[in-house]
Design a protein around this ligand. Sequence first.
Ligand SMILES: O=c1[nH]cnc2c1ncn2[C@@H]1O[C@H](CO)[C@@H](O)[C@H]1O
Ligand SMILES: [Zn+2]
Length: 359
Amino acid sequence: MNQQPTRDEIRRAPKVLLHDHLDGGVRPATIIDLARETGYDRLPTTDVDELRTWFREASDSGSLERYLETFDHTVGVMQTREALVRVAAECAEDLANDGVVYAEVRYAPELHTSEGLSLDEVVEAVLEGFKAGSAGRNIRVGALLTAMRHQARSMEIAELAVRYRDVGVAGFDIAGAEAGYPPTRHLDAFEYLQRENSHFTIHAGEGFGLPSIWQAIQWCGADRLGHGVRIIDDIQVASDGTAKLGRLAAYVRDMRIPLEMCPTSNLQTGAASSLADHPIGLLRRLHFRVTVNTDNRLMSDTSVSQEFANLVETFGYGWDDLQWFTVNAMKSAFIPFDERLALINGVIKPGFAQLKWQA
Ligand SMILES: O=c1[nH]cnc2c1ncn2[C@@H]1O[C@H](CO)[C@@H](O)[C@H]1O
Ligand SMILES: [Zn+2]
């Protein structure tokens, strides 16, 4: 039982994913097919392997702004109903094949209307795809609707999220370049969601520091933080390893605010310098509510299993750590409490128990 989980065992473990972008997880072969079908002619290459490598390398820019430029190509081919249904169905399939049993996948409806789809049509196409891709597989996939933080459509998107909340939309998010676009720009949308008893997460503390996290929580009322890595700027570690938390870091830990951490993505955007130095190690040790996520499986050429395997290799984590991350994620999901509990007790704990017993 002291053995480290192997890659194959990690893949078989029941996993939970809270932070994954639909337009950041398209299969390279599908991008090429859709580009041909829809007449999109700006792809850097039409060779599948070269395209896979291109995304990974172009995303290794060390800057969030440049990292986000690669999305032009995925968003560019996701402008029709058929394309959205296909991408969403394949997303559910790929996650199920990776052993993910519950996922909240996000995307920005406003980015998919350039060929004439309405926001409602976009949402309906993606929900249809998730349903088709999940059918007969051991996975449940919900959507989070993202508003782009440099645009001014967050209220409309928040209303959309509330309108579709009983049919597969689990919540709301804001994403895009963080520096210069504080979350309070969208305060009206967040206040509306709170009045509607709705759920939302905010990308904060990735491309900008503590003020962004503070606003997300104390002004906007975010239920979870997308990334949140910069919370370590409010923690001092002494030479003997003892940590002193500032008031914001203490609030985040005391209130059990979930951190949707995405290690590989953070290395690519420069939010962390190496996995060994990634704040996840300290935050896990201090018992923040850490969860492990992919962010963009295409740009990072990753999966939840891959992220777990990297952490096992770097930090020496064992089954108990992987189960802890998974239960943290399930507790932090935006579906009702009884449904979360049923997944924890009926799927996650028995699944991990079996793997631990076999190990
Ligand atoms: O890590 C990230 N930080 C901020 N924005 C992101 C990140 N990954 C993706 N997006 C943005 O979210 C949009 C909707 O899915 C994507 O088009 C991309 O612009
Ligand atoms: Zn993200």
